[in-house]
Design a protein around this ligand. Sequence first.
Ligand code: BT5
Length: 259
Amino acid sequence: MNQSDLIDLLSKIPLGEIRYFDSIGSTNDEALQWANEGARDLSLIVADEQTLGRGRMDRVWFTPPGTALAFSLILRPSADEKPHLSRLVGLASLSITEALHPLGLHPQIKWPNDVLLNQRKVAGVLIELVWFEEEVSCVVIGIGVNILQRAVPATDILRFPATSLENALGNPVEREKVLHDILSAFTRLRPQLGTDEIMNKWGEALAYRGRQVQVEMGGDQTVFGRLEGILSDGSLRLRDENGKSVTVRFGDVRLRPYA
Ligand code: BT5
């Protein structure tokens, strides 16, 4: 990968500026800084390796060189998009699932931010906001996808089983094509952010729908229930054992199948 090949590869997608790094701390950190310096809408940072890749709550995201996709997209949301920013994690996850369908794969979204193949995590999304006074001025959407099996960390550091596209397909896939297809899906889906259509797609792609799950809420609170779907703000809807509807909002949450 290099900057000029990336520019050629992505030339048909209406992106902002593109920056490529052989190695970086975290593409999200670089994107947050660039956003503050005035990056254009849909500017993109791609790295071959991350030495300080992050997940939610500053957890480590492993990105060894030559094995994975690690990139961040900077969005300057329009006034129409601003009421729906909590849906962006769904939009980003759906962009990944849509890019994997043509490979014959059947990915699912483990709410809130993981993409699974065969019940294992193949990709993660990290959304971070940049505020200007009382308003969000930019959103950074970080996406990591395990392309080769060498991208998958050792099991002892994993909170959930992980896999790669190489493992799911039985052969390596060209990561540039996956990057192209995710970004192309994202720009195609973005105009649907405020619509029911995107919520329906998100709901249909959910892992564990109709199944009993447990959600660890950070601290020591755990909620159990049947996973029913997603609310219009992207919260998760469960039905508990007493038939009561329970809403789980974003935060330090950890979803697991239970029975
Ligand atoms: C995520 O967090 O899944 C969000 C990951 C976002 C990574 C992208 S890469 C580009 C951009 N720049 C960044 O610095 N980050 C974004 P979370 O749900 O909190 O999951 C984190 C957990 O996933 C860790 O605690 C590990 O257990 C596990 N993990 C780490 N590396 C992994 C990998 N390569 N594949 C699968 N699981 C991994």
